[in-house]
Design a protein around this ligand. Structure first.
Ligand SMILES: Nc1ncnc2c1ncn2[C@@H]1O[C@H](COP(=O)(O)OP(=O)(O)OP(=O)(O)O)[C@@H](O)[C@H]1O
Length: 574
């Protein structure tokens, strides 16, 4: 239990002191909450001893009101310190996570971790933020309140004190067993929610394919199975947890009854005065209320433990090294040279690239061609450090790309992917991502060059139209051109182009080709080519097969060689 509390305090980082400070008002609130009870006890005692008068009664009344006001004030201060800190902690933690995710290799995202990331951001962090920070101060005030009650029992009579201590010990045994059960099932529930999130994301993302291949029944069944599993896990949690919650309730009832019986016995034996007997009747239902509430709140914290595990798991994923602090010789220049020097690489041990070496001169175009799965995309993605090379080196302007800051490398590269991703934001912002400090004129100019200005102006709000859910929907070709406008605006010296294989209509294809020509003007180009007719003018064509360069040269040269490339051209022409 303390372990969970310590883990929560640990994630509060630089706000730790604020959290610890908040215990002071929480303790004071704990005392103030019990003050009306003690004051009432004194009032009754004074009445029974015939020492009460109207003035004293008024003072006691004022003291009770003051203690209630103070309890509220202390609660407010402790909440401000703790809950507000919770929001600050998680704002920082989300930023830290964003930064961490940015530094993870692409492989992390393709290895089934998307569900985990979604759960961490959407469920775990929100749960801890909303539930746990406030709970810490609640727990502190429960501990002090229970302490006060037990001490006052000892003050009345040692036997009463010992029995109340024994009941608290029974609460601790039952409470801890309840938490163990809750913890075990929370982990199962959290894992279930993770795989459910993954299944829902998969279903939503693949809905087009699911419909077109008539898989709605099959996929819906898979999804319903996941919902069913999640439901069963929740029921199993309740079934296992319920008896312990009832046991806690019983301990409360039995403990209270035993305290009443003991005080009656002690009174009958003349071991406690009648005022104490009346006081017991007053305290009775409040005697163990704090420890009961404490364990009820702790159950919430067990869910937190499973959430913390997942948050830590994501943070533990190894980041790509970004320790290089050297700069490119021609940093931010308009052209750049690229050299692959004996590059080998494998995703999961097996080598996908085997000793790949080639040079792209500044301002020239190199095309990668070859059968599917030969390693073309892998070659290109290593340049952007989506993964790091296994052995060998990739140099840009003579500098090993691992020796420069990742951010600086990315400044040098624009990428046009086959699969375009536009954010659910305005057209303007989707283009401006390329260079956030660009002026409106520059964004519009980039849109013109990418041949998308005209269709953007026909959208309901022009550049301010929101794309995506609830906003304008665009055709594949239009989206592609917006993504090219983004790259034109970025104006990076290197362009990696994954040539689209999807067929678009002739108008769109012409517009896309014109947009690409604008983008590639005076740039160093690495093109993953699928249609060979588009790369005839390339300065260099690399034919990749099974992770190796098997032919290298320009179109004329490779045709005259009558090798793999020539056969591919003949095949595509037929
Ligand atoms: N993220 C990944 N994890 C594991 N293996 C991968 C991953 N991406 C690609 N591979 C494997 O690496 C090999 C090369 O893939 P790559 O995508 O580079 O080929 P490609 O020539 O670009 O293919 P295509 O023309 O079909 O896009 C293939 O065997 C592929 O299965």
């Amino acid at each position: 239990m303390l372990k969970i509390l310590r883990r929560i305090v640990r994630i509060t980082g630089k706000y730790k002191t604020r959290i610890r400070l908040s215990y002071i008002p929480a303790f004071l609130k704990g005392i103030m909450l019990k003050a009306p009870l003690f004051l009432s006890f004194f009032v009754i005692s004074l009445f029974m001893q015939g020492q009460m008068d109207a003035q004293k009664c008024l003072y006691f009344g004022i003291a009770i009101v003051a203690s209630v006001i103070l309890a509220a004030a202390f609660e407010h201060v402790s909440n401000v310190l703790q809950s507000a800190t919770g929001y600050m902690v998680f704002a920082d933690l989300r930023m830290k996570l964003g930064d961490h995710l940015r530094k993870l290799p692409m492989g992390y995202f393709t290895e089934g971790n998307i569900g985990k990331i979604s759960s961490v951001l959407g469920t775990d962090m929100v749960f801890i933020e909303e539930n746990c920070m406030g709970v810490l101060s609640e727990l502190a005030s429960f501990i002090i309140a229970q302490g006060l009650m037990t001490v006052s029992m000892f003050a009345m009579n040692t036997w009463l004190g010992l029995l109340s201590l024994a009941v608290v010990a029974a609460f601790m045994i039952v409470g801890n067993l309840m938490m163990k059960t809750s913890l075990k099932h929370s982990v199962i529930k959290q894992e279930g929610s993770e795989s459910l999130t993954e299944e829902v994301l998969d279903f939503a993302e693949g809905i087009g394919i699911i419909k077109s291949y008539n898989l709605l029944g099959e996929k819906s069944k898979k999804l319903s199975d996941e919902f069913g599993k999640s439901c069963r896990e929740s029921i199993a949690f309740e079934v296992a947890y319920g008896p312990w919650a009832r046991a806690l309730y019983l301990t409360f009832g039995i403990g209270t009854a035993l305290m009443l019986a003991l005080s009656g016995f002690l009174f009958a034996r003349g071991m406690i005065p009648d005022t104490y007997m009346v006081g017991m009747a007053l305290f009775l239902y409040d005697l163990f209320a704090a420890v009961k509430s404490y364990y009820s709140q702790m159950a919430r914290l067990t869910v937190t433990s499973a959430s913390l595990d997942r948050i830590e798991e994501v943070f533990d994923a190894e980041e790509m090294k970004d320790e290089g602090r050297e700069m490119f010789a021609e940093a931010d220049g308009k052209t750049a040279a690229i050299e692959y020097d004996g590059v080998s690489f494998g995703y999961t041990g097996k080598d996908v690239l085997k000793g790949v070496s080639f040079t792209v001169k500044p301002g020239e175009m190199t095309a990668l061609v070859g059968p599917s799965g030969s390693g073309k995309s892998t070659i290109a993605s290593l340049l952007a450090r989506f993964w790091d090379v296994g052995s060998g080196q990739i140099r840009v302007n003579g500098k090993d790309i691992r020796k420069v800051p990742l951010g600086r490398l990315m400044d040098q590269i624009s990428m046009v992917f086959q699969r375009v991703y536009l954010f659910q934001d305005t057209v303007y912002n989707n283009i401006a991502i390329g260079r956030p400090d660009a002026t409106r004129e520059e964004v519009e100019e980039a849109a013109r060059k990418a041949r998308c200005y005209d269709f953007i102006m026909q959208l309901p709000d022009g550049f301010d139209t929101v794309i995506g859910e609830g906003g304008a929907s665009l055709s594949g070709g239009e989206k592609q051109r917006i993504s090219i406008a983004r790259c034109i605006l970025k104006d990076a010296p290197i362009v990696i182009l994954d040539e689209a294989t999807a067929s678009v209509d002739a108008d769109n294809e012409r517009a896309i080709q014109e947009a690409i020509s604008e983008l590639c003007r005076n740039k160093t180009l690495l093109v993953i080519a699928h249609r060979l007719k588009t790369i005839r003018d390339a300065d260099q064509i690399l034919v990749i097969s099974d992770g190796k360069i098997v032919e290298k040269g320009d179109h004329e040269n490779l045709i005259s060689r009558q090798g793999v490339y020539a056969r591919m051209v003949t095949l595509q022409a037929s």
